[in-house]
Write a protein that binds this ligand. Structure first.
Ligand code: PLP
Length: 430
């Protein structure tokens, strides 16, 4: 089917060349509901992208929308920096009762700014201040955000190149990599820490994603995360888990690290925490790490109260019992089953299928195939993006609230996109 292009060239004329998603998806989006976006010609697009993980509960979720409309209607506070407000009080009480207490997590909560990268910046600053050390260890293929501190702990070469200044005080280590069939632990890292001559000063912290979303849906084993937590304790480093993309139920439980049975020292959350796609970020830390002076870290948009309202509604709706977690895991199994069948059908082209919960990726032997698959999927009415350092992975991130029929339909469209981008089979030699 021919793809309708935007009717206006204002984007070309006025908006910077830096924009990217609109290049993959040349449509002019106008409305969205649940798991579907509509362009201005009313053409539907099934969403396997979920606002890069910011829309775990779908678009314009009716429960969250009602709470938001009521709040706006009664002239509830919108902007408040870090003033105390009724909306923030209700959110903090609900977060404590629904998320922290049932998991026996002792964290204090800080609102560092509107975006994920502000939560990471605050986490890094705090770790350095607590430990009085500069270094941070991060992992290959990590993505932690685009501001300079976050970029210094991000692996992707092209993103790092954009910094324009040296990215310092950060050391990469290999992520849990089993691509050659061997599981590696922290032997080398530990040796570097133990040796006076290694050149690696003891870092303030390590920062890690349990599943690397932007890095190609790389899934760390629970044992690996557990061993990392132990290493941190033994070598006096803080453990920061960046749960910005994989938190809020994306992998099943509210926090993605719960499965590994660890309690990180610091946790970053953003994306789906407001539940409605409204900007909101949080840095959580053990109470004894709360060494901030008042105002030492601040920002104008830390207290966007409509986000507190929708975040509260999302916690009440989805996290006061365990059904969403169970549903996510069951749907994840279904996605895995279909992806493995697609891969088994095409052993030469699909290299790997991996994921957890409702975050899945299919890696292609020819990296350009992933882009071709996403482009074909768009033509078929399905939105999904690529990830990984070479964009070699097609990434499936449907809303957690997607209906079963929509999930099945999306998987059919994905399978078609893979099939229809298959290069013609070469004729064997006689
Ligand atoms: N950390 C992780 C794991 C992410 O996936 C992202 C964004 O994709 C960020 C940090 C940065 O968040 P933001 O784009 O809101 O600054």
């Amino acid at each position: 089917m021919a793809v309708a292009h935007p009717v206006s060239d204002v984007f070309e004329r006025v908006e910077s060349e830096v924009r990217s998603y609109c290049r993959c998806w040349p449509a002019l989006f106008d409305r969205a509901h649940g798991s579907t976006l509509y362009d201005e010609h009313h053409r539907p697009y099934l969403d396997f992208f979920s606002g890069a993980g910011a829309l775990n509960y779908g678009h314009n979720n009716p429960v969250l929308k009602r709470a938001l409309l009521d709040y706006i209607e009664r002239d509830g506070i919108t902007h408040a920096l870090d003033m105390s407000t009724a909306a923030k009080r209700t959110f903090l009480e609900t977060f404590q009762e629904t998320v922290l207490e049932p998991r026996e997590l002792p964290y204090k909560v800080m609102f560092p700014g509107p975006a994920g990268t502000t939560a990471v910046e605050a986490a890094l600053k705090l770790a350095r201040k607590v430990k009085g050390r500069e270094g941070i260890v991060f992992f290959s293929n990590a993505f932690h955000g685009m501001s300079l501190g976050s970029l210094a702990v991000t692996g992707n070469a092209s993103k790092r190149a954009g910094a324009g200044v040296p990215l310092v005080h950060a050391t990469p280590m290999p992520y849990d990599d089993r691509s050659d069939g061997r599981a590696r632990g922290f032997h080398w890292f530990d040796r570097l820490l133990a040796s006076e001559g290694s050149g690696l000063d003891i870092p303030a912290a390590v920062i890690v994603e349990t599943v690397q979303g932007e890095g190609g849906i790389n899934v760390a084993r629970a044992e690996w995360l557990h061993d990392l937590a132990q290493l941190c304790r033994r070598r006096d480093m803080l453990m920061i888990v960046d749960d910005i993309q994989m938190g809020c139920g994306r992998t099943g439980r509210f926090f993605s690290f719960e499965e590994a049975g660890i309690t990180p020292d610091i946790v970053t959350l953003s994306k789906s925490v407001s539940g409605y796609g409204l900007p909101m970020a949080m840095t959580l830390f053990r109470p004894e790490l709360d060494v901030w002076e008042p105002g030492e870290h601040n920002g104008t948009f830390r207290g966007f109260n409509p986000a507190f309202v929708t975040a509260t509604a999302a916690l009440e709706e989805y996290w006061s019992d365990g059904w969403l977690e169970k549903q996510t895991l069951a749907r994840g199994e279904r996605v895995e089953q279909v992806l493995r069948a697609v891969a088994a059908d095409r052993p030469g082209s699909a290299l790997d299928v991996r994921g957890r919960g409702l975050a899945w990726g299919m890696e292609f032997a020819d990296p350009s195939r992933a882009t071709a698959v996403c482009a074909r999927a768009f033509e078929l009415g399905l939105l999904l993006e690529t990830s990984g350092p070479q964009d070699q992975v097609a990434k499936l991130l449907p809303p957690l609230t997607i209906a079963d029929e929509e999930l099945e339909h999306g998987l059919v469209l994905f399978s078609r996109a893979v099939r229809e981008t298959e290069p013609p089979r070469s004729v064997g030699r006689r």
